[in-house]
Ligand binder design. Sequence first.
Ligand code: AQP
Length: 329
Amino acid sequence: MANLRVLSGMQPSGRLTLGNYIGALKNYVKLQHTHDCYFMVVDLHAITVPQEPEALREQSEAVSALYLAAGIDPSKATIFLQSTVSEHAELGWIMTTLSYMGELERMTQFKEKSAGKESVGVGLFTYPSLMAADILLYNADLVPVGDDQRQHLEITRDLAHRFNTRYGDMFKLPEPYYPEVGARIMSLDDASKKMSKSNPNPGSYIAMLDEPDVIRKKISRAVTDSGREVKYDPANKPEISNLMSIYSMCSDLSLAEIEARYEGQGYGPFKKDLAEAVVAVLEPIQARYREIRASGELHDVLRQGRERASELAAATLKQVKEKMGFVVL
Ligand code: AQP
């Protein structure tokens, strides 16, 4: 198992949410013990929508520090910033030239993020091609992601296969790795939308760095379905089912155990306990986060990560260029 490689990343496009944690980061922490892991902060992806320079810098450092605070150990896993390994942009371009307009037009994320906008950046459209490059540069076996990335993983596999067919065997076809529960955590104000860090309404998400009292308030105000039964039924009770998934992932309780515990009690006690379960998970992470930011160790970790990542990335890109017929000097 130790030689199976894992690659994943998060955009510094806002403050990481509980959705990012449950859907992906929690699995990063788990996989570092059994796999050869590379976790990036995908700042080149973040600029596919406009970012303020100061905010981008701060959020990139915040996401990196949250990786560490959540439990990623830099002596076990490689943590780095995507923009510091320039091979991402270069293979990204190559993957863009292999991509078809039609397949990129079908991407739900592109449709959602471009809906109603007068001008849409080309980078938002070619986002999946860059993501494919991120994964293929490391020839990753496994990609821990939330369910919203399903389509992008499929395109990555298609592009890998297309490259192999055209130029000869080069890339593995990476497999997605989803959490059993909570692969898609929904918004607190609308269970038809996923919880997103770039949602303009902060009440729609729990940020990993929200103060405990803010977390309590957000959960007490979370929209719930009519009725009072705590029952896991995503089709008919999407809001309460979403809160139950969060509860299950922030405790040792299964969905069935949660149903049994709150039978006949209504939503009030359930929401109160849920808030405490979330606080219990996030508070220690927040304390470690503050220590890491104060210690000044972050840039050293990221520099070391860049060195390790660059080594693999440069070797892959060289092979790719040779296969494609570039003159490699
Ligand atoms: N609501 C979610 N439930 C479960 N997993 C989620 N992820 C994101 N939202 C949820 C997973 O978190 C990882 C990092 O996501 P990303 O930063 O690459 O971008 P995203 O998927 O577009 O996440 P956001 O929070 O919605 O960011 P913005 O608002 O900037 O677009 C991914 O593995 C993702 O699946």
